[in-house]
Design a binder for this molecule. Sequence first.
Ligand SMILES: NC(=O)c1ccc[n+]([C@@H]2O[C@H](COP(=O)([O-])OP(=O)(O)OC[C@H]3O[C@@H](n4cnc5c(N)ncnc54)[C@H](O)[C@@H]3O)[C@@H](O)[C@H]2O)c1
Ligand SMILES: O=c1ccn([C@@H]2O[C@H](COP(=O)(O)OP(=O)(O)O[C@H]3O[C@H](CO)[C@H](O)[C@H](O)[C@H]3O)[C@@H](O)[C@H]2O)c(=O)[nH]1
Length: 397
Amino acid sequence: MLVSHSHSHSHSHSHSHSHPSPSPSPSPSPSPVMPAQAGIQRRTPHSRHALPALLRATIRPFRNRTVGGERMKVLVVGGAGYIGSHMVLRLARAGHEVVVFDNLSSGHADAVLAGTLVRGDLADRAALSALFAAHRFDAVLHFASSIQVGESMRLPARYYANNVGNTVNLIETMVEHGVLRLIFSSTAATYGDPVYTPIDEAHPRQPVNPYGWSKWMVEQILADCDRAHGLRHVALRYFNAAGAHPEGLLGERHDPETHLIPLVVQVATGQRPAIGVFGTDYDTPDGTCIRDYVHVQDLADAHLLALDRLVAGGASAAFNLGNGNGFSIREVIRTVEQVTGRPVAWEDLPRRAGDPPVLVADSGRARAELGWAPRYPALPDIVRHVWQWEQRRAGAA
Ligand SMILES: NC(=O)c1ccc[n+]([C@@H]2O[C@H](COP(=O)([O-])OP(=O)(O)OC[C@H]3O[C@@H](n4cnc5c(N)ncnc54)[C@H](O)[C@@H]3O)[C@@H](O)[C@H]2O)c1
Ligand SMILES: O=c1ccn([C@@H]2O[C@H](COP(=O)(O)OP(=O)(O)O[C@H]3O[C@H](CO)[C@H](O)[C@H](O)[C@H]3O)[C@@H](O)[C@H]2O)c(=O)[nH]1
């Protein structure tokens, strides 16, 4: 839905550029985690016995099992992060055994609500070898990366080192240990400025920022490793991941937060004075950037379906994941106001480097080949779940 409208708020614009730092997480003291080399067979304090009753009730093993009825052992790299943590809970509820590998550089130990958390860095080849020697993984889901488009423009080498170099470490370790199923978190940023919209998988790949290049390079490396080693993989090109766990169990906790929807909701909760709008002179109906926001829970569902595909012997493939609806920044602000019933102050700012004007997905291939059907495609539902999560965090602060 591409709606042109003028922004007609009665409240005044904020003139402040400074945002307060985000409020602390609901559980400020993270649980201890295991070093990569030691005791990786033991469970963390996040074992089912250590969980509070509410969370324990969330993990119902063997329900919704989708992968040929078989319980699999799945490595989730980056599983303490925003999308990865939702995936871990989804896998556990589907009856799978989960091991998380995460350096906690941006993730949170207390976001890992199931399975075993191993603290380690993808740059550490010895830690990876020890991990794969200790477990026989059926598949690997790789969420770990540096994720900020704007930061990648300022610090490109860091992005290539973490997103490409460290992923090569993971791939080599997988091949060495004969683990040949990988689901990779790719991105709409691999396409660059759209030549046509909505974007399907055949769209030219011309990234406009190092973040997008780093993900596209990994996709190329995966294709080569498929040819050379039989590494079967699915690259899932998410558009804008958003939302929070529908039961309020998990949500986005980046520090600093850079993503639009949580920032706008934090203005509504009073945690921030205003939202800065990066660029109002784009060639879009209201001049602000348009994005396709896709619920994190729907992303997790797509991963389970991609896992099905690999286990069934399906070929490597790439799929776009988005809802096919584009919303401008002004529309997002208006939706947050409608859902929360609170005014949101904004400030128009210059463009942020590296931002394509419009990114909207054609996800027909994921629907047709994976059977993916998003459960929460509506923007107000996505915003409502973020509002629920942010209120909970604000209350716990
Ligand atoms: N959030 C989005 O809108 C979006 C859109 C498209 C693609 N993606 C991709 O999805 C994936 C997950 O994104 P997210 O929003 O959950 O990010 P996140 O920062 O919340 O999670 C990434 C996790 O990886 C861990 N990590 C990073 N580098 C690591 C390393 N070298 N070794 C071990 N662990 C490491 C971090 O500690 C964190 O827990 C990323 O690959 C990202 O590029 C995200
Ligand atoms: O304070 C803010 C934050 C964001 N924006 C704007 O809101 C839109 C969405 O920005 P986000 O930072 O929320 O998301 P991006 O589109 O930049 O990036 C997201 O989607 C990309 C895919 O295109 C990548 O995968 C990346 O990991 C993921 O964060 C952009 O136009 C951005 O300029 C603002 O105006 N003000």
